[in-house]
Design a protein around this ligand. Structure first.
Ligand code: MRU
Length: 320
């Protein structure tokens, strides 16, 4: 049986606090951070104590439930959480969900349902693979990013459990190293053979014939299939297309933004340039948009959505 992180270890709601496994300190230290107000939860999201699109949404849901339980102003709590990070639509989705019922039970149900969606989409994604697959992934779309099991890394876990996966190339993911720190740690925990590579090494591994498939997660998917994910994902999709390698996005339907027609409307977070270098002037766009034309298929809990995405993504709605 594959070992993976328990959802409650990643984030959970207690009577007077939301508790997070501090993702900034992994893999060196396993330390928890407690937040006692919605503003503190928003701060944990902003500073990436918790990160990854579905996990950010779950964190916000817990922030609202905490605010309701402790008698905070819910309009203010919603506002401070909503502006904590701009790109992942799961944040707004979870806050919209919590408006009608900001209870602890509802927030926990959102967490539970996201993990279940991951398991379902992972099974669909594993069905795309043959034996001996050598996969490449970017950033961390594992249990840490989704509150349990993972989207793209969930697909790798499901493939491993079905004996279809031989090896995973893990992009280190500059500048915050979610791949080298978090994905590698999760794959090690699961016992899956892997090697961390510099982001710029992906091209030569593909040219050498050592990559059969690319799986990444997503932070927001537009109606036409354009997909925002961690900076560097677009480059990988271009490389995969050049080398004739399938490029799959694995994400829950809570990541599909049916309100926007294309990736042009996705807000791209610019983070502190000091994350790139403290010595020189820098720019730090944290996400990029991969055009739908470079995406072989988008896998949600509903199944494998193929182009044209306008039509196939209509089914990608969160089931009530
Ligand atoms: O800045 P981060 O670490 O929150 O960015 C996360 C990603 O880009 C992930 O790949 C994405 O959220 C999908 S995670 C299921």
């Amino acid at each position: 049986v594959t070992t993976y992180l328990e959802p409650e270890r990643i984030l959970r709601l207690e009577a007077d606090r939301v508790v997070f496994l501090d993702q900034r300190r992994l893999p060196l230290e396993e330390v928890e951070v407690s937040c006692r107000t919605a503003a503190e939860v928003a701060d944990a999201i902003r500073t990436m104590v918790v990160r990854g699109a579905p996990a950010i949404g779950i964190a916000a849901a817990y922030g609202m439930a905490l605010a309701a339980a402790t008698g905070e102003d819910l309009v203010a709590a919603d506002a401070v959480l909503r502006e904590s990070r701009p790109t992942a639509v799961n944040l707004a989705w979870a806050l919209d969900e919590m408006r009608a019922d900001p209870s602890a039970g509802h927030a926990r149900a959102i967490h539970h349902d996201e993990v279940e969606r991951c398991r379902r989409m992972a099974a669909h994604a594993a069905g795309l693979l043959g034996p001996g697959t050598r996969a490449l992934t970017h950033c961390n779309a594992g249990g840490l990013a989704t509150g349990g099991y993972g989207s793209a890394v969930g697909a790798l876990l499901a493939a491993w459990e079905r004996d279809l996966l031989a090896h995973v190339w893990v992009d280190e993911t500059r500048p915050l190293l979610q791949g080298a720190r978090l994905t590698a740690w999760e794959l090690e925990t699961a016992g899956i053979p892997h090697a961390v590579i510099a982001d710029s090494a992906a091209a030569s591994r593909m040219a050498a014939g050592e990559v059969d498939v690319v799986f990444t997660g997503a932070d927001r998917i537009a109606r036409n299939g354009d997909t925002a994910n961690k900076i560097g994902t677009y480059a990988l999709a271009v490389l995969a297309s050049h080398h004739g390698i399938p490029f799959y996005i694995v994400a829950p339907s809570s990541t599909v933004d049916h309100a926007i027609a294309s990736g042009d409307e996705i807000p791209i977070e610019e983070r502190d340039p000091a994350e790139v270098t403290g010595r020189f002037t820098a720019r730090n766009p944290a996400f990029d948009v991969t055009p739908a034309a470079l995406i072989t298929a988008i896998v949600t809990e509903h199944g494998v959505h193929e182009p044209p995405y306008e039509r196939s993504l209509e089914a990608a709605v969160v089931a009530a």
